[in-house]
Design a protein around this ligand. Sequence first.
Ligand SMILES: *[C@@H]1O[C@H](CO)[C@@H](O)[C@H](O)[C@H]1NC(C)=O
Ligand SMILES: *[C@@H]1O[C@H](CO)[C@@H](O)[C@H](O)[C@H]1NC(C)=O
Length: 293
Amino acid sequence: MTLCSSCSSGSSSTRSWIVHGIVVGGAIAAAIGAGAYLFRYRKFRSQVVGIIPARYASSRFEGKPLVNILGKPMIQRTWERAKLATTLDHIVVATDDEKIAECCRGFGADVVMTSESCRNGTERCNEALQKLDKKYDVVVNIQGDEPLIEPEIIDGIVKSLQAAPDAVFSTAVTSLKPEDAFDPNRVKCVVDNQGYAIYFSRGLIPYNKSGKVNPQFPYLLHLGIQSYDAKFLKIYPELQPTPLQLEEDLEQLKVLENGYKMKVIKVDHEAHGVDIPEDVEKIETLMREQNLS
Ligand SMILES: *[C@@H]1O[C@H](CO)[C@@H](O)[C@H](O)[C@H]1NC(C)=O
Ligand SMILES: *[C@@H]1O[C@H](CO)[C@@H](O)[C@H](O)[C@H]1NC(C)=O
């Protein structure tokens, strides 16, 4: 009886221990899991660098990054805007030119010297990334010719890439003005219902059966700013040109043609790129009107 009772109590306590053990074990496993999850979540693409590629020689506008816009070099204006972004751990100017480097160091920017052989901004970003001591997960390519870039757009594309592990690239679009519909220099974009890019074109997409602009359709204009997963940036310049890329002369198409996913965010933004010397006056007028200094 005693034995039996002790036996039964023993077995019940054993059982309760086992149950308890499973609960505790489960809780520990859950805690480890959550910890690992949070750790991973916090870690995922957390280190972000903004790179402003700047070259002196330009076919259309020699010395463009240093052009004076209401009293400050254009590159300084871009850098000051980028500084206001909250998602960037570090910002560097990547240039092959000593004058640009000296100017940037003068207003407090970090500079990475890149070789003259870089054929475009993407290659320059990649070379700069390899030269940085710290490792980064995400690179934002901040074009130096958009001195009015909003820091919120930089933060937006970084966050969207951090939240989309299946994408290697993120970029931004804004509403297309009807008068730009058939301008081949204004690149149009169509996206799926999750905000992934389907296609970019210099032609109007989607194309209305009537051949005219549909005033009801929310057409999207691509903005130059883009961010990449750092591992993808290493292979991006080496990906062979693809047929659609070559036909449209749009670099980003080779990302899609190779089957990579690209996340697109929609923002409210008036594009004021500086491509030719005449654009400087336009942007200064606008800044005066908007009381920006
Ligand atoms: C084309 O645009 C017109 C407005 O201009 C719109 O009514 C129509 O639904 C659009 N699509 C087609 C297939 O016509
Ligand atoms: C940059 O230039 C190289 C060489 O012309 C080219 O292969 C590459 O596709 C270009 N663009 C990007 C985004 O890498």
